[in-house]
Write a protein that binds this ligand. Structure first.
Ligand code: PMP
Length: 446
């Protein structure tokens, strides 16, 4: 019963586990874009287990493939050759551009970014690692230093050599504001407008400054960035920002690491990888979440040159890409292709972004609607002029009203005032419209 589940969680599960809901609930089943609670009540899942369920809960093709694989071989470790991991690595590498042909399989996004730090430091022989303020790259001891938001850091001395530089946020950033407001689908956002903007230029100059004041000459191992910040509240960057800073990084002897944990696997619609939208080719790509549809699988992709700098003995991982994980990963790639999910992300995502933007005209406290494909953020403020974040109490009220009406969405951003919409990519237009209707109703009730 719910009471037993709650009592056990409170007594035996890590007390740092939180739920923003003031009235928590328990999920017991899932099917494609739907979740069900203990009473059998159905919810449209527009958060996908934190941007993770990419092709649908309990997708029948994955269930079948895993059940069959379980009967043959579950685990053997990487000290033997195995057909599953080989087939999967080949297929995944075909999805990556240019020289990114070597894959390391690990088990989580944090682990993938941890390994990327190691690869970059080992290859460049440099030590410093940069990332943006408001980023999220993991919570292992090392990636906690890479992640910038203090909320995700244990109050202990952080690993040395990590620097968070100013976030080029055109809505909330130090050079954000009214300049950038001309998005492609009238979202009032700049980032896809096709123009370089004044704010973007200032952020690039600021990035350049880091090398004068913080990072010693040729001292940079890597710069990490998400293609669109996820946990940080679906934050997009000014046009050409990533392209320009990636050049500055390379000119200073560092590698560019694209964290595709949330933006990969077709979610942003136009491209399979978010970094393609920035018109760059990273040196290292890290991926997790959507790669396994909820199964603990993650990976790092890099070039042969970088990979060969890490010799066989210095990297080992017991579970990474085991026969079950590889079966899941391969099925996910096949399903995205067979069911045109990247295309669906683009069409339904664009429709949803447009429809959600209507809310900006109806409510003064809908400050911004932004994103790409099925990675969308709705930022709520006390009023559009002040851009003060809406209070946590009001956010929770709206959030719980949505949940009560059968809609699950996520929440994030530095101030917890951004609703995050990242559903399984199989949702329909009807689901998108339902999301807008429910959100409108909940906003009205406030
Ligand atoms: N990178 C990004 C962009 C993420 O959003 C996350 C998880 N929220 C991670 C890395 C860490 O992944 P994991 O929780 O699987 O360690």
């Amino acid at each position: 019963s719910f009471k037993d589940i709650e009592a056990i969680r409170k007594r035996h599960l890590n007390p740092a586990l939180t739920t923003y809901y003031s009235k928590p609930f328990a999920i017991s089943q899932g099917h494609m874009q739907w979740l069900f609670d203990l009473d059998g009540k159905r919810y449209l899942d527009m958060f996908g287990g934190i941007c993770t369920v990419s092709v649908g809960h309990c997708h029948p093709k994955i269930t079948k493939a895993v059940a069959e694989q379980m009967e043959i071989l579950g685990h053997c470790s990487n000290v033997y050759y195995n057909e599953n991991i080989s087939k999967y690595a080949k297929k995944l590498s075909e999805k990556l551009p240019g020289k990114l042909k070597v894959i390391y399989f690990v088990n989580s996004g944090s682990e993938a970014n941890d390994l990327a730090v190691l690869l970059a430091r080992n290859f460049t022989k440099n030590f410093n690692v940069m990332s943006l303020k408001n980023c999220y790259h993991g919570m292992t001891y090392q990636t906690m230093a890479l992640t910038s938001n203090a909320h995700y850091k244990y109050p202990v001395p952080q690993n040395p050599g990590f620097f968070n530089t100013v976030n080029p946020d055109v809505y909330r950033g130090i050079w954000g504001g009214e300049k950038c407001r001309d998005g492609p689908v009238q979202t009032k956002r700049s980032c896809d407008c096709g123009n370089e903007c004044e704010a973007g230029q200032k952020y690039i100059e600021q990035f350049q400054d880091e090398f004068k004041y913080t990072i010693s000459k040729n001292g940079l191992a890597a710069f990490f960035a998400e293609s669109i910040q996820g946990v940080g509240g679906t934050v997009q960057f000014p046009k050409n920002y990533i392209k320009n800073v990636s050049k500055i990084v390379k000119d200073n002897g560092g590698l560019f690491v694209a964290d595709e944990v949330q933006t990969g696997f077709g979610r942003t619609g136009d491209y399979f990888w978010g970094f393609e939208g920035h018109n760059i080719e990273p040196d290292i790509v890290t991926m997790a979440k959507g790669i396994g549809n909820g199964y603990p699988l993650a990976a790092v992709a890099t070039t042969e040159e970088i990979a060969s700098s890490l010799t066989k003995a210095s990297h080992f991982n017991t579970y990474g890409g085991n026969p079950i994980a590889s079966t899941v990963g391969l099925s996910v790639l096949n399903i995205i292709e067979e069911e045109n999910l990247q295309e669906n992300s683009k069409t339904i995502g664009t429709h949803l972004l447009l429809r959600l933007s209507e809310l900006m005209d109806e409510f003064d406290f809908v400050g911004d609607v932004r994103g790409k494909g099925l990675m969308i953020g709705v930022e709520l403020v006390s009023d559009r002029n002040s851009r003060q974040p809406l209070s946590p109490e009001k956010m929770t009220k709206i959030w719980e009203a949505c949940r009560d009406l059968g809609l699950i969405i996520g929440r994030g951003g530095l101030h917890g005032n951004v609703f995050r919409i990242k559903p399984p990519m199989c949702i329909s237009k009807l689901d998108a419209d339902f999301t807008v209707d429910v959100l409108r109703y909940a906003l009205n009730r406030l």
